[in-house]
Design a protein around this ligand. Structure first.
Ligand code: GLN
Length: 368
């Protein structure tokens, strides 16, 4: 028998009726919403959504299908998905499966025919909301927070060495740049962006020691995005600080928050997060505003930044929150938004170029 009706029950006491897209489920998670009009495949496979039930505010999901090239990880990590109107017959030259097939293949708990506008209002008004999928509207979510060890579930277990075939490297006179990507739940687009610039990339588990990383002889370090509350990784602050002292460093999203914490900064929770692909960010060094992709619920507290040591390089135009930091002396750059984009505009790819130029400068110095 196919069980059609399902409920999303919330910690606010609300219950929304929908239908199961695949199998029924009793999954729980933190409720978040993403406002991007396209990019559902990348959102579904971004490991930063682990532990969360993602509501797509754009009503029609699935119309251009699922392809082989836009996966941001091997397997979707999100706890659940909420859709208003799924499209079962995709129309796109790259599509090779439908949203329904992918939901079945990866067992993604999904409810559709949910009033996503009403749900988004509930999340916006209450901030921290937890949800549970259920067969009964009387049910209640039990979980109070995303698991403190969530990064452990998405980070690689073993080191992965990738060699670029790009000969675009400006380092060819010396050697290619070698970047160690510390994986807190990295998106594949980060690795692609680095390799396209001519970097060899070694992906290491998030808790790899400084000694092991030193042994890899990197030219620079990238600290990736990832799920959960950055404060749960407070115990890594000494090794992260050490890495930033030893190597040119780029921190992305969770990586940015962890660099701030490692240098004495604090993080707080945003009222309801920034998740979408049109968040305006001002680059304070040039005065330019970029349209950026974002996916975060926490933010670095501006007052906790030592401005003698750090320059606040980017701020969010909507709420003035910190979007980027730059060390005044050392080659350390961090951004709260996603320069790799996917989904969303690639305008801020130049952040990777900026990081890469710092590796080049270091290489030139060493070989001078
Ligand atoms: N995409 C990310 O890296 C998210 C960072 C962190 N989990 C947050 O929600 O703020």
């Amino acid at each position: 028998m196919v069980l059609e009706k399902g409920y999303l029950v919330l910690s606010t006491g609300d219950a929304l009726e929908g239908k199961w897209l695949g199998a029924s489920s009793s999954v729980e998670g933190e409720m978040v919403f993403n406002t991007a009009m396209t990019g559902y495949q990348e959102v579904m496979t971004d490991p930063s959504y682990a532990g969360q039930i993602v509501t797509m505010t754009y009503p029609l999901i699935g119309n251009y299908g699922i392809n082989d090239i836009d996966f941001e990880s091997g397997e979707p990590a999100l706890s659940g998905l909420i859709i208003s109107s799924p499209c079962y017959k995709p129309d796109h030259y790259q599509a090779n499966s439908s949203i329904r097939e992918i939901v079945d293949k990866f067992h993604i708990p999904t409810l559709y025919d949910i009033d996503t506008r009403a749900l988004t209002r509930i999340i916006r008004e209450n901030g921290e909301v937890y949800g549970k999928f259920s067969m009964s509207k009387e049910d209640k979510p039990k979980k109070a927070k995303v698991d403190a060890k969530i990064v452990d579930q998405v980070s690689v277990k073993k080191m992965i060495r990738l060699r670029t075939s790009s000969n675009q490297s400006h380092l060819t006179e010396f050697s290619k740049a070698h970047v160690v990507l510390v994986d807190f739940g990295y998106k594949h687009s980060i690795r692609h962006a680095l390799m396209e610039l001519g970097c060899d990339v070694t992906i290491v588990p998030y808790n790899t020691s400084v000694e092991v990383i030193k042994g890899l002889e990197p030219d620079g370090i990238v600290l990736s995005n990832g799920p959960g509350d950055p404060k749960d990784l407070d115990y890594l602050k000494h090794s992260i600080k050490k890495l930033t002292e030893l190597y040119p460093t780029l921190g992305i999203c969770l990586g940015h928050q962890l660099v701030a914490i490692a240098h004495g900064g604090e993080t707080t929770r945003l009222p309801y997060g920034h998740r979408g692909s049109n968040h305006p960010v001002k680059d304070l060094t040039t005065g330019k505003v970029w349209i950026t992709t974002q996916n975060h619920g926490y933010v670095v507290d501006m007052d906790s930044i030592d401005e003698q040591e750090w320059q606040i390089s980017h701020i969010n135009v909507n709420d003035r929150s910190v979007e980027g930091l730059m060390h005044r002396e050392k080659p350390i750059l961090t951004v709260q938004f996603h320069p790799e984009a996917h989904p969303g505009p690639i305008d801020t790819h130049l952040i990777f170029q900026d990081f890469f130029n710092r590796l080049v400068r270091k290489g030139e110095k060493q070989h001078a």
